[in-house]
Design a binder for this molecule. Sequence first.
Ligand code: MEV
Length: 336
Amino acid sequence: MGNRGIDYFLLVYVHQPVLIHMPAILVHTIGKSILFGEHAVVYGQPAIAIPITNLRTRVTLTPDLKAQTPTYHYDAPDIGMQGTLDDLPHDHILVEALRVFRESFSIKSIPSFKLHVSSSIPVAAGLGSSASISVGIVRAIAQHLGLKLPVERINTLAYQLEKLHHGNPSGIDNTVISYEKPLYYIRDQAPQFLEPGEPFHFLLINSAIHSLTSRVVDEVRRAWEATPIPFNALFHDIGALTAQARQAITKGNQVMLGQLMTENHHLLQKMGVSLPSLDDIVTLCNDNGALGAKLCGAGKGGNVIALVKADTIPSLLQTLQSAGWTETYQTSISKK
Ligand code: MEV
């Protein structure tokens, strides 16, 4: 999404009043869904992620010309987090972002600013709320510093922030959010963009069970350490499904993609990251017109993603609503 400046004027008295034009910086970033390969991607297997463009994080950075000493203010009313740098926890994303910029670009002092963050992406729901904030903050600060960074660099800096907060992320979340394109991703490699042969429509259904990605990734790591052989086999099988899914997407094969999604869900069940509610939503979708469905993201809560034909969406939505699943989102991918 583009960055737009808001016209912002400040009256400064030097010898006489001078009007300085200080544009506030407005950045929008998107949400994401993992279509194939969550968890396995942490262990080097491929995964596929798609953007959710109608879920957005909005970051506004307003230069603070009045501050005598470097001052940074953070305001995220959605999560009730507000304060200047001194009030924020030492591992807060703003503290880390300032450090990452100072170190990466050898900047001694970053000019003061106020940062306002708001988002329509539900938190702890597997839809990329954390990575979208990381990418948004990186883009806003880069612009504030007059740095015209390519998307690769924005992505690398956002990954540094993600690593500080998530221990061992694969980097897929910040990558799909930085590029805003469907992609096939292998850890530590450049993303490969996907060209869908046909449009694919997806419905996301929020279980409303909060689940922290870092915690579930850690649980899987401990389980893998305890019994590596079955876990390596699961990761390998998921990787093989993901490679097939890539073909299905580029060939426009809806039926095959749907079947692969449901198979991926079964492997995630075996991995121990599903929940009865997620399984119920998958079954409900598949029994009512979806071509396939799976949990998406870390699991243990969050969302299910279902592949649907456009004309089955209204009836499926009604069925889901009647069953109490009222929080849904839609997204699609198509040839650009
Ligand atoms: C989270 O969106 C996807 C996981 O595979 C974690 C990661 O890749 O960093 C569960």
